[in-house]
Ligand binder design. Structure first.
Ligand code: PLP
Length: 421
């Protein structure tokens, strides 16, 4: 390239945009696989269509409406029948009654996530998020927000706690929570979530008296339908109905229908706040394709059928998780330096490879490379989710692997760990 560096042309915002660390690792894994190396990719939060197929009724409906030439612009907020069926689903499943006017769809969870920050945050205002968590540090940058990282610990199953939120509450304008949590596969209990809501509600009572803007909770529940046996997903309004006015809920078919490439997500919010979101989605042009909306409207109009699909999906996720769980437990009991936090939801397992002293290394990155090259397993260090500590914690994702692949990967891992000299 001739002339000045790209930096000269670009805004500070553009110059500061960081590439997704997860995607950089995924690219490395793809290149190694293309060279013929045997690697199990526990990396991306995607679903392999070979392992997790989108419900047949959805794709059939999609084909039908495409053949009906349903190809013109949909309304910016989403098709009325889709907004209606999603509103009914949110009420049926989570006791969240925003009505059709409180549902706005986007092409995946990301556009509505982006819109929810734009709705409330001025540059320099506090965006609080748990650590580790998916992508929030990138959103802090994109919104020129003040970064308020609330670190989880092993004791809190890496979830942010009410105590952590309370310590920073006066600086927070938007608090984003995610449950089941990417990258840890852990979920809030009703008590834990209720205690955080109490901190928000108390602060907002004071702010209302003082004429200050409230703390808004963005509740990202894209994995809400994926929970382990005995675990129930909890929504803030179920534990504290007063949170209704302060909660923006995000969901998507990307995870629930294992349809990451079809791009449909939605926001559920108090209807009085909806108008600027509809305008924003319209200006960004980030609504989902009309045929996808029609197929989703049909799918979400039948909650009983959906529930049985989710049950079956949970059992397929659990087949893989159980295998991981069983093998890692066996290794741990044999004294090998592995640990994990029992999976509660989503498609992730928090796994610790405490190999610092046995390998004589200092960083998670060195452990990651060793796991990749010697054991043939690709995992993502918690640094990619904002936890900078070199603690040996990694995310394992099971969305793109078969049961047989998990089994083979666990054998390779055990052999590799047994053979460290
Ligand atoms: C917690 C969380 N929220 C939002 C998203 C984005 O979902 P979408 O692909 O629908 O934009 C993801 C994707 O991995 C996620 O893990």
């Amino acid at each position: 390239m001739t002339g000045p560096d790209s930096e000269w042309y670009l805004s500070d915002l553009a110059n500061g945009i960081e590439r997704s660390r997860i995607l950089s690792i995924a690219t490395q894994v793809r290149e190694m696989k293309a060279e013929g190396k045997q690697i199990t990719a526990f990396t991306v939060g995607d679903f392999s269509p070979a392992e997790f197929v989108v419900p047949h009724a959805f794709t059939e409906q999609l084909a039908t409406v495409i053949h009906q030439n349903q190809t013109n612009y949909p309304p910016a907020a989403g098709l009325p029948e889709l907004r209606e069926s999603l509103a009914n689903w949110m009420k049926y499943k989570y006791d969240l009654d925003v009505g059709a006017d409180g549902i706005i769809v986007g092409s995946g969870a990301r556009p509505v996530l982006f819109a929810s920050f734009k709705l409330f945050l001025e540059p320099g205002e506090g965006l609080a998020h748990g650590v580790p968590a998916w992508n929030n540090h990138y959103y802090v940058h994109l919104n020129s927000a003040k970064d308020i990282a609330i670190e989880g610990t092993v004791e809190s199953r890496f979830l942010p706690t009410a105590k952590g939120v309370k310590e920073r509450i006066s600086e927070i304008r938007v608090l984003i929570l995610n449950s089941p949590l990417n990258p840890t596969g852990t979920c809030f209990t009703a008590e834990e979530l209720g205690a955080i809501c109490d901190v928000v509600l108390e602060e907002n009572r004071t702010r209302m008296k003082n004429g200050d803007k409230p703390v808004m909770l963005v509740y990202d529940q894209v994995y809400s339908t994926m929970t382990s046996e005995g675990i129930e997903h909890i929504h803030p309004v179920q534990v504290r109905p007063d949170m209704f006015d302060f909660t923006i809920t995000l969901d998507a078919i990307s995870k629930s229908l294992t349809a990451t490439g079809l791009r449909l997500g939605w926001m559920a919010l108090p209807p009085k706040l909806a108008a600027p979101v509809i305008a924003l989605i319209g200006h960004m042009g980030s609504w989902p394709a009309r045929p996808i909306q029609l197929a989703a409207a049909e799918t979400y109009s039948n909650p009983e059928k959906l529930e049985s699909y989710f049950e079956d999906l949970d059992s397929r996720i659990s087949d893989r998780m159980e295998l991981l769980f069983k093998n890692l437990t066996k290794m741990k009991e044999a004294g090998l330096p592995v640990d994990f936090i029992p999976p509660q939801g989503g498609i992730y397992l928090s796994t610790r490879f405490n190999l610092f002293s046995v390998l004589g290394v200092k960083t998670n990155e060195e452990i990651r490379q060793w796991l990749l090259e010697v054991a043939g397993i690709a995992v993502i260090p918690f640094q990619a989710f904002g936890l900078e500590e070199e603690s040996g914690w990694f995310r394992i994702s099971i969305g793109a692997v078969s049961v047989a692949e998990v089994s083979a990967a666990m054998k390779r891992l055990e052999n590799a760990l047994l053979n460290i000299n």
